[in-house]
Design a binder for this molecule. Structure first.
Ligand code: IVH
Length: 691
């Protein structure tokens, strides 16, 4: 991002910019030291990258900063105590990163320009494994030394530990050269990581933050026996020095050679004929990211022709013939401008941070939820802080943590309100989490507006055109005090609102009218009963068929439904026992809202091919919404759960799945990618004659 009007070159940057740059540079150096030195970084690579880019941006915008606050020298750490330092025969370089297609195409263009070629250049594409780099020296086929990367020139001798790794062969299969340095990544597969952490936890030991930390921590153990007990894997992807051996002509041949020597090579590696094919590979790998057995953070592209590689050469930091094209960040940094309090449908007061806009997973994020005030206190979030923001799954962005070293002196604390900011009612802690709630009920305009919004939303009564602005006006004017009041509105009431003419008013009345003929399932969703989402609403509608039958049901009848637990049953019971709710329901009925029962159950077992199969969804689906996918599973006789348990048959993983996927892996439950799920669904629907 470049500022519209940069200050004249040579001007001294303003003091706050200078202070910020200093703080960021110091933090970068500190993170780098931890990353390389102690295996205990406090933040993710995404955050590290974000800070790097912030300092780069500041340098671009304030050219004189480069001298005042230069980029810290981030070339890795010197060897740690405990391991003997040893020099690499050829330096171990890093890779330059790109973050979007434009920068990747620019890389390709530079490669072709340097090579003086107009025709396309082919690349070998590989996943960028998230572990730590290792250099293995084999002399006459025997493993003689294993070094970590260290600062690139000198690494730590971890030979004793590496000799105990099952995936690193002690000798190469013939014919081996006199000497060869083989570079690759030590990593821990996801399943192994989950198992390792579970075991650590069981023993009361500290768990690892992620597989990369676990791999680094496990390899750099002073007692090789400990390393041997850890599930470390290795994968080879490059050569260093090579003496008296045939140098492969291409990367493709190099990978084949490594394989012939008996070294593990990533199966996902493949040759791409040109930059456009490479882009497709990157996107495809990104989609498969979560279903790969190991963690990756991007794709690496290397010019296939090794002779061309030599002509391109390298900089001190990285080769010019390779690049890491990183996946979009799941975390970014931003600054908290303000913290507002939102009042939800249930009266829950949620602190929401207003942020400097940042792009996350392709969307611009301006707000992030802080969930509740305990969380604000626990995470110690203050207005003015630099925070880590994450968007995981299809949930709202959230604040992960505060970067305390970047806290400026003038931050402001976030104070929980004593009264509801929307209606001034008293605020009380409620529920298991003791979160704060407004006690105003539907007297609170915010609670009422949110209730109405939900009531008319697409999956509920689906009243087209009745958006939040109009609802807000209706609430503020006092015309609508309960959802039933919507059905008392006349065209002239609506015309009295801002920007509503006769045509729109008629349309809204017609839409409200249509919504009277709804189904019990939608009606139950609309009521916003705690614990009742689309899935439970469908179960209830199927079992009871009419509102009267449901209202008469006892808690045991409710809890007897497969898929409804005691908490859900109690919530439904309580909702219908409440006199206020009963009055609104009576009102709605009197106004013509009599929801229709669902169609009779689809016949025999054969027509319901998924009967008994239990599904759990996680992440964003692209071909259809979560609700639709769930509804179709139910229609086939399957059930949908919220939590992954041993009884779950399938976990369907969309984009950015949550922790459910880890749980599934831990329990060995089959995970389906969206595409796989879609095919299964189509097949089953065909069998059942549904479509
Ligand atoms: S090639 C000269 N290939 O990424 C080429 N590196 O950010 C050097 N990495 O230090 C590396 N997967 O630890 C290469 N398929 C892959 C890789 C890979 C992961 C790591 C490696 C390197 C770092 C650079």
């Amino acid at each position: 991002m470049v500022e519209k009007a940069p200050p004249p070159a040579g001007g001294t940057p303003p003091p706050e910019i200078l202070a910020r740059a200093r703080a960021v540079a110091t933090e970068l150096a500190e993170l780098d030291r931890r990353y390389h030195g102690e295996d205990a970084p406090e933040v993710s690579d995404d955050v590290y990258d974000a800070l790097r880019r912030e300092l780069e941006d500041l340098h671009v915008r304030h050219p004189t900063l480069a001298d005042l606050v230069p980029f810290p020298n981030l070339v890795g750490a010197p060897p740690a105590r405990g391991f003997r330092p040893a020099r690499h025969r050829t330096p171990m370089r890093s890779l330059d990163d790109v973050f979007d297609a434009e920068a990747f195409r620019a890389f390709d263009l530079r490669v072709r320009q340097r090579l003086g070629r107009s025709e396309p250049v082919a690349y070998v594409a590989e996943p960028k494994l998230d572990g730590l780099a290792l250099s293995l020296t084999y002399e006459n086929g025997e493993l003689t030394r294993a070094l970590t990367r260290g600062d690139g020139a000198t690494g730590e001798d971890v030979s004793a530990n590496v000799r105990l790794l099952r995936t690193v062969p002690a000798r190469l299969r013939a014919p081996a050269p006199r000497l060869v340095e083989i570079r690759g990544e030590v990593y821990i597969a996801r399943e192994d990581f989950a198992r390792l952490n579970a075991a650590m936890r069981a023993r009361g030991e500290k768990v690892f933050a992620n597989p990369r930390n676990a791999a680094a921590g496990s390899l750099r153990q002073l007692d090789p026996a400990v390393t041997a007990s850890r599930p470390l894997s290795f994968c080879a992807y490059a050569l260093g020095a090579l003496e008296e051996g045939d140098d492969p002509a291409t990367e493709t041949e190099l990978l084949a050679l490594l394989d012939r020597w008996g070294l593990p090579v990533v199966p996902e590696a493949s040759r791409q004929a040109d930059v456009e094919e490479a882009l497709v590979y990157h996107d495809d790998l990104g989609r498969r990211r979560e279903s790969l057995p190991y963690e990756i953070d991007g794709a690496v592209f290397k010019v296939d022709d090794r002779d061309a590689q030599r002509r391109l050469g390298e900089t001190a930091r990285a080769p010019r013939w390779a690049v890491a094209y990183k996946f979009p960040a799941r975390e970014r940094t931003s600054r908290v401008r303000a913290v507002d309090v939102q009042v939800g449908r249930s009266g829950a007061l949620t602190p929401v941070a207003r942020l400097d806009p940042v792009e996350l997973n392709g969307a611009i994020v301006r707000n992030a939820t802080l969930h509740n005030f305990d969380e604000v206190a626990r995470k110690d979030v203050r207005v003015g802080d630099t925070v880590v923001v994450r968007r995981a799954g299809d949930v709202i962005p959230e604040i992960v943590s505060v970067l305390l070293p970047l806290r400026p002196p003038d931050t402001r604390a976030v104070v929980p309100p004593e009264r509801c900011p929307a209606c001034g009612s008293a605020v009380r802690p409620r529920g298991e989490t003791r979160g704060l709630y407004c006690t105003g009920g539907w007297h609170c305009p915010a609670q009422l507006r949110e209730t109405l919004r939900h009531f008319v939303s697409r999956h509920a009564l689906d009243v087209d055109g009745l958006g939040p602005r109009l609802l807000d006006q209706l609430v503020r004017s006092g015309r609508v005090r309960t959802p039933a009041d919507l059905y008392r509105l006349r065209a002239e009431d609506l015309e009295a609102l801002e920007r509503v003419g006769p045509v729109l008013a008629e349309k809204l009345i017609a839409a409200l009218d249509r919504s009277r003929r709804t189904t019990l399932e939608r009606f139950l969703i609309a009521l916003g009963i705690p614990e009742v989402g689309a899935v439970t609403a469908r179960l209830l509608a199927r079992r009871f068929r009419t509102l009267d039958a449901l209202m008469a049901a006892g808690v045991e009848d409710l809890a007897a439904i497969a898929g409804i637990g005691p908490v859900g049953a109690a919530a439904v019971r309580d909702f219908f026992a409440d006199p206020g709710n009963r009055a609104v329901l009576e009102d709605l009925r009197a106004l013509g809202l009599v929801p229709a029962p669902p169609p009779e159950e689809a016949g025999p077992e054969g027509a319901r091919p998924w009967s008994g199969r239990r599904f759990v969804f996680t992440g964003r689906l692209s071909a259809f919404g979560r609700e639709e996918a769930q509804a179709r599973v139910l229609a086939l006789g399957g059930t949908v759960g919220d939590r992954v348990t041993r009884a779950t048959d399938y976990v369907v993983a969309g984009a950015d799945p949550g922790s459910k996927i880890d749980e599934a892996r831990r329990l060995g439950i089959r995970t389906l990618e969206e595409e796989e799920f879609r095919l299964m669904l189509a097949q089953a629907e065909k069998e059942s004659g549904a479509i």
